[in-house]
Design a binder for this molecule. Structure first.
Ligand code: ADP
Ligand code: MG
Length: 708
C-alpha cells in the first residue's frame, strides 16, 4: 500500500467526518489513517461468553447479557438533574440500565420488549444490579456479526465516551481503515532480522493486534510491534551517539602527564577500587579519542566519585586545559571544594570556588585568573554559568547530581569551551549522579550518552542497618539515640518537605524540634536545625556546627538529601517515612555509613500505610543496593514519574512498556547495535526500506529533542 494513503486525514475515513475527526485529533491524537492503525487496544475481552442476571455476583469486569427492556423512565435526582432508567430483564432476574448523558436521543432509539445484547460494567447498589451507559446491540444484528474470542478494548477518554465514540465505534473505524487500505502495509523490518527473530510480518501483526484470530497470534503481534517500536528508538539513539562521535570534535587529551602520574603514584590516600579504575579507563579512552566526551557516571552514594572527578581534571590539566565542577547547592559546592583541595594538597595546583556568596574582590581575582589561565580548577554552583565567567580554555566540565540541572544549563556549559584552530570546541562533559537509574531506563533516555557505573563500594564499609518503627515505639528509639550519643555519635532527624504544603511541613518540623528539645535538653544535648526558610548563610553556619561535632542532633528537612558528608553521624531517623519516595529515602540513608562505625537508618511511620508505602519500607529494610531500589521504584512509579515531565515525552510509547518489556528492549538494543555496526548509514540494499522508515520517523518524532 502506498505510503501516502496512510497519510490521509482521518476525517476522510468513511463514518468519521469533520466533527468526529476533530474529537479524535484532540482527544487521542489521531490525525491520519496511520495514527488510527497505530492506536492499539490496551486489553482484550471475551465476547463469546454471555452472563445471566442471576450470575452477576459483583463481577468486576465487563459482562455481556441477553435480555429485554420492559420499561423506561426519566428519574430526577438532585437539583434539576435527570437520568434515564430502564428495567432490563432476562429469564433469571432483572436489573437497571442507566444513562446520565444524552438521555433524550437514547430514549428515542431504545425499543421495548425486543431482545438486546448489552455490554458493560455492572455495579451493585443496595442489592440491585445496574449498568451505566451500556453498549447495546439488537440480538438479531449481534448474531450477524462475527465474534472473536478476544475483542479489543481501546483506551478512551470521558469526552469521547460522552460524545458517542464508544469502543464499538472505534472498532468500526478500524475495520474501515483496513478495508480502505486493503490491509496492505509496508514491511518496516529487514527480512533477515524477521527470520532470525521469528517475527510475524507487519500486515499480520497489525491485523492481529486489532482483530486477534487467536491468543497465539495476538502474542506474536504484540511481540513484533513492541520490538519494532523499541528497535527504531534504539536506532535513533545509537545513530545520534555515532554522529556525535564522528562530527563533534573534542579536545584530544593525549598526554598522560605529571599531575596525574604524581597523584596516582605518590598521593593516593587509598587504593582505588576496581570499579573506580574501570571507569577511569573508560573516561581516559574517551578523552584521548578526538571526539567530545558525553558521559554519565553513575555511582551509588559513597562509591567514591569525587576522587575519580579529581583524576579526570588532572588529565585535563596535564593537557593544558582548565576544568570546572558544578554542584547544585552551595553546601555541596563547598564540600567538593574542601574535599578536592584536601586531596590535591601536595599537587601545587590552583583550585577556587565560585558561588552566589563569593565576595566581589574574590570574584574579580577568579575572573582574572580564569582568563589568564592561572586558575586550573573552578568549583561552584550555577554561578559558573554567568556570562562574566570566561575561561581561557575550558576543556572539561563535570556536573554533579545532574538531575537538578536542566538541559539549558548543559548547553550553556558547552558554549564556554575553548577553541581549536579558530573554531569553538565544546568541553568534555562528565555528568555524575548518585541516583541510580535502572539500566533499561538509562538506555532509553540517555542512549545518546555513554554510561559508566561504579558498581562497588570501597572496602571495609559496614552495611547500614535499616529498620522500620511505628510512632508508638518512639520512646525506645529515643533511648537508642541517647545510647549512640553517649558513644560519641551524631544523629540526623529528617522531616518531609512537600512543596504543596510547605507551611504544614514547617509546622511539623517545628513541633518535632520543640518536643525533641524537651526530650534532649541542654546542656547535656544540643540540637541543630536546618530548613528551607533559613537564609543560605544561616544554613551553612548550622551545618558547620554539626559537621564540627558541636551539636549532637541535626533536625532538618530534605535539604540535607544530597551529598552532605559528616562521617561521625551514624544514625539517620526519617520521620513520616511513608511520605518519601524510594530514591529519596535511599539518598537520605546515604548520609550515614560514611565513617568506620556501624550506622543505622530508622524509618518512622504511623500505622496507616498504603500498599505502595509498605513496599517502599520493606525494600529499604531489605537492601542497601541503589540499583535494586531504583528497579523497585521504577515498578512502583512508572518511568514518567521518575524522570519528570520534561523527559517523559520520549516514553510515550505506543505499545511497549519499559518496565514489563525489559527483555524486548535489551534485544532491540542489541539488534540495533549489530545492524549499525555493519551498516552505520543503513545504505545496504536490504536496509532500503528500513532507512526510509527511519528517516520518516525521525522527522516526526525526533527523540533527540526530548533528551539532550
Ligand atoms: P560519592 O560517590 O558519594 O561522591 P565520595 O567520593 O564522597 O562518594 O566518597 C565517599 C567516601 O569514600 C569518602 O570519604 C572517600 O574518601 C572514600 N573513598 C572513596 N574511594 C575510596 C577507596 N577506593 N577506598 C577507600 N575509601 C574511599
Ligand atoms: Mg558526592
Amino acid at each position: 500500500m502506498s505510503y501516502s494513503l496512510l497519510q490521509t486525514p482521518i476525517e476522510y475515513l468513511k463514518g468519521v467526518g469533520p466533527q468526529r475527526g476533530e474529537l479524535l485529533r484532540k482527544e487521542i491524537g489521531i490525525h491520519r489513517y496511520e495514527d488510527l492503525l497505530n492506536f492499539y487496544p490496551n486489553r482484550y475481552i471475551d465476547r463469546t461468553r454471555y452472563y445471566k442476571i442471576n450470575e452477576l455476583n459483583n463481577n468486576p469486569a465487563e459482562v455481556q447479557i441477553i435480555g429485554k427492556i420492559i420499561n423506561i423512565k426519566t428519574v430526577e435526582f438532585g437539583k434539576g438533574k435527570k437520568r434515564l432508567a430502564a428495567v432490563f430483564v432476562d429469564d433469571t432476574g432483572q436489573m437497571e440500565l442507566t444513562w446520565f448523558q444524552g438521555h433524550k436521543w437514547i430514549r428515542d432509539t431504545l425499543k421495548l420488549n425486543i431482545p438486546y445484547v448489552i455490554f458493560g460494567k455492572v455495579t451493585n447498589f443496595n442489592g440491585q444490579y445496574s449498568m451505566a451507559h451500556p453498549e447495546m446491540e439488537l440480538l438479531s444484528e449481534h448474531e450477524k456479526s462475527l465474534r472473536s474470542a478476544m475483542q479489543p478494548v481501546y483506551p478512551s477518554t470521558e469526552t469521547l465516551t460522552n460524545r458517542g465514540i464508544s469502543n464499538r465505534v472505534i472498532t468500526k473505524m478500524m475495520q474501515q481503515v483496513f478495508l480502505e487500505t486493503q490491509a496492505q502495509f509496508v514491511e518496516t523490518l529487514p527480512s533477515y532480522l524477521m527470520d532470525e527473530l521469528k517475527l510475524i510480518p507487519k500486515n499480520a501483526a497489525l491485523f492481529n493486534i486489532h482483530f486477534p484470530k487467536s491468543a497465539d497470534l495476538l502474542a506474536k503481534a504484540q511481540f513484533r510491534l513492541k520490538f519494532e517500536e523499541l528497535f527504531f528508538i534504539q536506532l535513533q539513539l545509537i545513530t545520534k551517539n555515532l554522529v556525535r562521535k564522528h562530527k563533534i570534535k573534542g579536545h584530544p587529551f593525549t598526554v598522560v602527564g605529571n599531575h596525574f602520574n604524581d597523584f596516582y603514584q605518590n598521593h593516593l590516600p587509598f587504593p582505588l577500587t576496581n570499579a573506580q579504575k574501570k571507569v577511569l579507563k573508560e573516561i581516559r579512552n574517551d578523552l584521548g579519542s578526538h571526539a567530545q566526551m558525553n558521559r554519565l557516571l553513575q555511582g551509588d552514594v559513597g562509591s567514591g566519585k569525587t576522587i575519580v572527578a579529581l583524576m579526570v581534571m588532572l588529565i585535563a590539566l596535564d593537557n593544558g586545559f582548565q576544568s570546572c565542577l558544578m554542584a547544585p547547592t552551595e553546601i555541596l559546592a563547598t564540600q567538593h571544594f574542601n574535599g578536592l583541595t584536601e586531596l590535591a594538597r601536595e599537587l601545587n595546583i590552583n583550585i577556587k570556588i565560585l558561588t552566589g556568596s563569593t565576595k566581589p574582590n574574590e570574584r574579580k581575582i577568579i575572573h582574572e585568573e580564569l582568563e589568564n589561565g592561572t586558575l586550573h580548577i573552578l568549583i561552584g554552583t550555577h554561578a559558573l554559568l554567568e556570562d562574566k565567567v570566561q575561561f581561557q580554555n575550558l576543556g572539561l566540565a563535570i556536573i554533579d547530581e545532574q538531575h537538578r540541572f536542566g538541559v539549558e544549563q548543559r548547553s550553556k556549559l558547552w558554549q564556554k569551551g575553548g577553541s581549536a584552530g579558530g573554531t569553538q570546541v565544546p568541553p568534555h562533559i562528565l555528568v555524575m549522579t548518585a541516583t541510580p537509574i535502572p539500566r533499561t531506563l538509562a538506555m532509553s533516555l540517555y542512549g545518546d550518552l555513554d554510561i559508566s557505573v561504579i558498581d562497588e563500594l570501597p572496602p571495609g564499609r559496614k552495611p547500614i542497618q535499616t529498620v522500620h518503627r511505628y510512632d508508638s515505639n518512639r520512646l525506645k528509639v529515643w533511648k537508642f539515640i541517647k545510647d549512640e550519643i553517649a558513644k560519641g555519635r551524631q544523629i540526623y532527624i529528617v522531616y518531609p518537605l512537600i512543596q504543596e504544603s510547605e507551611t504544614m511541613d514547617y509546622k511539623d518540623l517545628m513541633d518535632g524540634y520543640e518536643s525533641l528539645s524537651r526530650d534532649f535538653p541542654l546542656p547535656q544535648y544540643s540540637i541543630s536545625i536546618v530548613h528551607g526558610k533559613m537564609k543560605p548563610a544561616e544554613k551553612d553556619a548550622e551545618m558547620k556546627r554539626f559537621a564540627e561535632g558541636k551539636t549532637n542532633i541535626m533536625v532538618a528537612t530534605t535539604v540535607i538529601e544530597v551529598g552532605v558528608n559528616v562521617p561521625n553521624a551514624s544514625v539517620m531517623i526519617i520521620e513520616s517515612a511513608e511520605r518519601f519516595g524510594l530514591s529519596q529515602l535511599h539518598q537520605l540513608r546515604g548520609r550515614v555509613g560514611r565513617g568506620a562505625e556501624q550506622s543505622y537508618c530508622i524509618l518512622m511511620t504511623s500505622f496507616k500505610l498504603s500498599n505502595d508505602s509498605k513496599t517502599r519500607l520493606e525494600t529499604m529494610v531489605r537492601t542497601n543496593d541503589g540499583f535494586e531500589i531504583a528497579e523497585v521504584d521504577l515498578k512502583l512509579r512508572g518511568p514518567g514519574d521518575i524522570m519528570g515531565k520534561q523527559q517523559s515525552g520520549v516514553l510515550n510509547l505506543q505499545i511497549a512498556d519499559l518496565v514489563k518489556d525489559k527483555d524486548i528492549l535489551l534485544l532491540a538494543r542489541q539488534k540495533a547495535m549489530e545492524l549499525l555496526k555493519r551498516d552505520a548509514s543503513m545504505s545496504l540494499p536490504e536496509h532500503q526500506t528500513l532507512r526510509a522508515v527511519f528517516i520518516e520517523l525521525t522527522k516526526k518524532k525526533n527523540i533527540w529533542n526530548y533528551i539532550s
